[in-house]
Design a protein around this ligand. Structure first.
Ligand SMILES: [Zn+2]
Length: 282
């Protein structure tokens, strides 16, 4: 699933192509992709048609097109959503929504697994009401480290589980959680209640650092489904130190990276740099 850096790459691409454009026509080819728009595909199309896009914003893994008059179109890539800009000649597989723009280009949303989608959000320019519960992400200038630290400790849960909780901090998924925990280093099961302030500060520092590095490299292409609006993949997967590196030597100590089951998925860690907590105290 795309995480913050991948969604931010998409946001920047969209901003280049759609800001100041007016949506001249809307075609919904896959109704499931607008299922979060309760009034249905026809209403969705009619609310977007004729509207100008003024900005493209993001919080965590969500992005939204800011429309004139303060409304918005909320977008989520889900597992496999892709935005593509085209001149009208190519059609991606699994095309779900096509927005024709007044410059002749089309903004296309394709989604193989259809977990993503779009929804109109009335008065949603600042923050769509559908995602009001999503916490600020660590790259947000208004991210509040002190509040995050307080809320993190109150969770009294494993630190990785907390990092993945989008109501506590948004934008972090399995890849960047594992990378930041390896860099800090911390075991994923460390209880947030007992984390020292310097450990939390270090973790946040590494979350930001790894996501900025990934952003510079166009994101991580964990499968063929994640691409930018020009259809290109990022290459941060070459720089991963923990995620997906089972059996490879730890870049710090040489011990083979270990993969363990975690919340129906996997966690990757160095067993020496990130030892398992020996008791509830740490
Ligand atoms: Zn190590």
């Amino acid at each position: 699933m795309p995480e913050l850096p991948e969604v931010e790459v998409v946001r920047r691409g969209l901003a280049q192509h759609v800001v100041s454009r007016t949506i001249s026509a809307v075609e919904v080819l896959h109704p499931r992709s607008v299922r979060r728009h309760a009034a249905g595909p026809h209403d969705f199309a009619s609310r977007l048609t004729g509207r100008r896009v003024d900005d493209v914003r993001r919080r965590g893994k969500y992005l939204w097109l800011v429309l004139d008059e303060g409304d918005a179109v909320l977008c989520h890539l889900g597992m496999s959503g892709q935005f593509r800009i085209d001149g009208g000649d190519s059609e991606p597989k699994h095309l779900a929504i096509a927005l024709a723009l007044d410059d002749g280009q089309r903004l296309l949303f394709a989604d193989q697994r259809t977990f993503g989608g779009m929804a109109f959000s009335e008065d949603g320019a600042e923050l769509p009401h559908q995602i009001a519960h999503i916490a600020r992400d660590p790259l947000d200038p208004e991210f509040d480290t002190a509040m995050f630290t307080t809320r993190l400790r109150k969770r009294q849960t494993g630190v990785k589980r907390a990092l993945l909780d989008q109501t506590l901090v948004s934008g972090i998924g399995n890849i960047y959680a594992d990378e930041a925990l390896w860099r800090t280093p911390l075991h994923y099961a460390r209880n947030t209640r007992h984390l020292r302030t310097r450990e939390i500060d270090g973790l946040l520092h590494h979350v930001v650092e790894v996501m900025r590095e990934a952003l510079d490299q166009g994101g991580t292409s964990f499968d063929t489904l994640y691409v930018n609006v020009n259809g290109e993949s990022g290459y941060f997967e070459r720089s991963l130190a923990a995620y997906g590196q089972e059996g490879m030597p730890c870049h710090r100590c040489g011990t083979p990276i270990r993969r363990e089951p975690f919340m129906n998925r996997s966690s990757y860690r160095c067993p020496v740099c990130q030892p398992r907590p020996r008791n509830g105290r740490w």
